[in-house]
Ligand binder design. Structure first.
Ligand code: ZN
Length: 342
């Protein structure tokens, strides 16, 4: 098969379009013909060698994909050839205590698609039969791959962990990011008032079209002070942050008494100095998450199929142009998702 193959860590020039052996599904595994794959920030970290996990080279990255069942390994009976599926990126063991209670997103012994196993940057990938989620008929492959990780991650963060409810006020950072644009739509569906942040006025206009009530351009205004101004000094009940660094500190400052902060990423700074006095005086709680269950993924795909959540595709690329797609993502001018088509 053709794939983007990494032979070591480095810049965009390390992404080579080559022939590699097509994976062969073993017992209990399924081979998926990839029709669309997403481009994620973690791909760039993995390429650069800053992800924290070094893959076995040669490696095919890509944490998400959508495609069709192409071949069944021995013993697989729950899927048919041609069924439209998306692999879950948490390749859970299926038998540990957390998997058995339905929390396979925090499996005690899991692999990660595109990190510890070959992922979506190829024409085919193989995963265990229990790692697949069915794609509803109303979604095409590009829409499915654009919806899957951002909506599932934002749902887990805002609804499952952040316990956001109707009538509350929420801060959703990075409106242009996959999780940000998804978070705005989910918060709207939940009936919350939404304040969002972005690095340009253009992105804020797009965020308002998705349902944000207020937008803060963080290049010209302080997020914390501006949120307090917008909420009459009260602050927000919940904040979703995927940036880290000063944005995380600003988000804590923006919280109301008893506010919840949910963090799912830290590309803007991984180590943050926190004022504990503000934390305990305001009864603030901080939650980390970022890996949804398959049940949440199936739920958000269904909501997207019903038109209640809208996958945002910024641009499509042929798989061989993965380096161009990653460079565009690094430029921070993207609103929504970048899709690779093998
Ligand atoms: Zn497990």
């Amino acid at each position: 098969m053709k794939a983007i193959v990494l032979h070591g860590a480095g810049g965009g020039q390390m992404l080579r379009y080559e022939d590699v052996p097509t994976p062969e599904p073993g017992p209990g595994e399924v081979l998926v013909r990839v029709r669309a794959a997403g481009v994620n920030h973690c791909d760039i970290d993995l390429r650069n060698g800053t992800f924290g996990v070094t893959p076995n080279y040669p490696h095919v990255m890509g944490v998400d994909a959508a495609g069709e069942v192409a071949k069944l390994g021995p013993g697989v009976t729950q899927w048919r050839i041609g069924e439209r599926v998306a692999p879950h990126f948490v390749l859970s063991c299926g038998v540990c205590a957390n998997c058995l209670r339905g929390a396979e997103n925090i499996c005690l012994k899991f692999d990660v698609l595109g990190v510890t196993q070959w992922g979506g940057y190829g024409e085919y990938l193989k995963v265990g039969a229990h790692h697949l989620v069915r794609i509803p008929d109303a979604l095409d492959f590009d829409q499915a791959v654009s919806a899957y990780v951002p909506f599932a991650t934002a749902w887990e963060a805002l609804i499952t962990v952040g316990k956001l409810t109707a009538g509350e006020t929420v801060l959703v950072n990075a409106a242009g990011s996959g999780v940000g644009s998804a978070g705005i739509q989910i918060a709207k569906l939940a009936g919350a008032q939404i304040i969002t942040t972005a690095g340009s006025d253009e992105k804020i206009i797009k965020a308002k079209a998705l349902g944000a009530d207020h937008g803060i351009n963080y290049t010209t205004k302080k997020i914390g002070d501006e949120v307090l101004k917008l909420t009459g000094g009260r602050g927000v009940d919940c904040a979703l942050d995927m940036v880290g660094g000063d944005t995380l500190k600003q988000s804590i400052h923006a919280l109301a008494q008893g506010g919840r902060l949910v963090t799912v990423g830290a590309h803007g700074g991984e180590v943050v100095e926190i004022d504990l006095i503000e934390l305990f005086r305001k009864h603030v709680s901080i939650h980390g998450c970022g890996r949804s269950t398959k049940a949440i993924a199936a739920q958000v795909l269904q909501l997207a199929a019903e038109g209640k959540l809208k996958p945002i595709i910024h641009q499509r690329f042929a798989l061989k142009d993965a380096a161009k797609a990653q460079a565009l993502l690094e430029s921070r001018t993207v609103f929504g998702r970048l899709v690779l088509n093998p």
